[in-house]
Design a protein around this ligand. Structure first.
Ligand code: MLT
Length: 248
């Protein structure tokens, strides 16, 4: 575990961890968490190197991020937990479930996917990581917000959040995504309840990825949010909370 994984804990009920995506922090869940606090014991971590969590100098993987979360859950005395991961947070949730399947009570992938990167995508991420290391997070803050949402308020929030991130954490997260494993064969065998929540207008990870996941695991419930982009927890918090209540 890195020296310090920051987390926020609120509410009561069954434990549910809300894991943020790239290159953001736990605060993307704020509105949705308010709506869920009477249903769940919510744990909202900042992934390693992002938000208020410490980074590490050496290279790391999605499994290392998942190990941080397992150590956090241990330190809180929680044995089994529901996981909801947004986008990159979904990659980390999958890595957690691969390594600690007996600790997962249910899983929600929010605007995420099972496939690994193509070679081209992977190379692009490494180039961006280098650019971030040399020039700072501005390159990501300029390019990403419009892909998250067509809502200007959400775009501004995302931009501000990206600009607050540490460049080493952003570059580290890009490499985590580039090097992640394909999760399809694991996913096909999941024996805990799974929910796929996806924005119908997601420009970063198209809704087809969630439809493919549903074909791989037919027992998964697929909730498509029409007209919503890559940030349903910010643009459609009520609908996102309604969907996540199915994890209860
Ligand atoms: C995210 O929102 O976490 C990332 O955009 C996901 C990705 O690029 O694969």
């Amino acid at each position: 575990m890195t020296e310090k994984i920051f987390y926020k804990r609120m509410g009561q009920g069954k434990p549910l961890m809300l894991i943020h995506g790239f290159p953001l922090d736990h605060s993307i869940w704020n509105e949705t968490a308010e709506l869920l606090k009477n249903d769940f014991d919510l744990i909202l971590p900042d992934l390693r190197g992002l938000g208020e969590s410490a980074g590490v100098d050496s290279a790391y993987t999605a499994t290392d991020m998942a190990d941080d979360l397992a150590a956090l859950v241990d330190s809180l005395g929680v044995e089994k937990i529901a996981l909801a991961g947004h986008s990159m947070g979904g990659y980390v949730a999958l890595a957690f479930a691969v390594k600690y399947p007996y600790r997962v009570s249910s899983l929600a992938l929010v605007c995420s996917q099972l496939s690994a990167d193509t070679t081209e995508k992977r190379e692009g991420r490494y180039k961006t990581a280098q650019q971030v290391e040399e020039e700072g997070v501005g390159v990501v803050a300029d390019s990403m917000p419009a892909k998250f949402s067509s809502n200007e308020k959400t775009q501004n929030k995302i931009r501000d959040l990206i600009l607050q991130q540490n460049k080493n954490g952003v570059s580290g997260a890009l490499k985590v995504m580039a090097d992640r494993e394909d999760s399809k064969s694991f996913f096909a065998l999941c024996d805990f309840p799974v929910i796929l929540i996806h924005g119908g207008a997601d420009e970063l990870i198209p809704v087809e990825r969630a439809r493919e996941a549903k074909i791989i695991l037919p027992s998964a419930r697929l909730i498509e949010l029409a007209g919503v982009g890559h940030a349903p927890m910010m643009d459609a918090p009520e609908k996102t909370a309604d969907a996540l209540r199915m994890l209860k």
